[in-house]
Design a binder for this molecule. Sequence first.
Ligand code: LLP
Length: 420
Amino acid sequence: MNYFKYANGELFCENIKVEEIAEYVGTPFYLYSMKTLKKHYTVFHEAFSPVPHIICFSVKANSNLSVLKTFFDMGGGADVVSGGELYRALKAGAPSEKIVYSGVGKTEEEIKYALGKNILFFNVESEGEIYNLDKIAYSIKKKARIALRVNPDIDPRTHSYISTGLKENKFGIRIEEAKEMYIKAKKLNNIEIVGVDCHIGSQITEIEPFIQALKKVLSLIDQVKKEGIRINFLDLGGGLGITYKDETPPYPDIYAGKIINEIKTRDLNLILEPGRAIVGNAGILVTRVLHTKKGEGKDFVIIDAAMNDLVRPSFYGSFHEIKPVKPTKRGEITADVVGPVCETGDFLAKKRKMQEVLPGELLAVMSAGAYGFTMSSNYNSRPRVPEVMVMDDRYYIIRRRETYKDLIRGEEIPEELFKL
Ligand code: LLP
């Protein structure tokens, strides 16, 4: 359910024409619908209402301050994985008691920053990290609240690059070793054990892997209880998939229902870290056709957006639907939709059946709200594109287009180079 819909022969975002925004801000740009963001957050939150929970939005999916503020204002928290994400979350008004910090490689500087801000807890991913946290917490006279991120060795049946809960993946502590690790952590003076965490992957479209992982984690909770260790928070990570093409992921209420069923008799606070499920279908990338040309058995549609703006198709072979902003009655073509970047891997779609388009026309690359802008780069010295938020019949530029000056910000030419 989202608010990108056709009316009177053209694409609208809520109550405003996409074309009107394109005329004003230029192309390409990311466009988000506030109503969709709020709707998705609310559906997720309400699905878990029978149990105590916090929705810690996964900042990596979309870290724009206005997007984050929207969720924090609705009572959400944040899942962060770097000092930079923590900074953004706090700037956007995240309550520190609703921030969890994950990631396999946190630096001393990042740990001190998070301890200083009194975040809810760290998701710890290795034995070394526990000792490190203890030492750093001691040095600044703090106690570090922790959850162990366990790796349950469950196949989430998703793209191998975004599978995280298999034993060959770098994430988490092997579940067989977790009990021993809890016992060791309990002995440390500056560590307070508060929870257990598990995140098995992303774009997961079936419920079973989540439940299999959950069962393993619940059994671990029972084992450590016998050692006198009480687990208060159960963090189940993110990972719920969305429909890009014809996937049929479980709706949040089904996903939540099955989870609640497993934990309802337990005294646990649930933490969820959804990213894609909340923002994925709340954003699109709007781009303009620059040229079209005939290729071998297919056409090329050359657009002004490229892999540096949306890398998912090049990186994971992901499918994003591409729709004309103003559909016509022209016939169908089979085309590679490609950008101006000098890489053969620069494409947003391959051999796509689509309506014939002409230079100057606008296209909407759908489902681009998650891992779109956040994974964009300046490759080929292309300024990063603006982000725009629609609220009913109004729109706001929530991040301006970068300028050429922005591209060289921070660079310096040493004096010596002028003397050569
Ligand atoms: N929590 C942790 C610890 C994570 O590593 C992730 C995502 C999430 C939560 C949020 O997962 P979500 O609900 O969005 O599935 N760039 C890839 C996705 C990478 C996901 C990384 N971790 C893509 O574009 O598909």
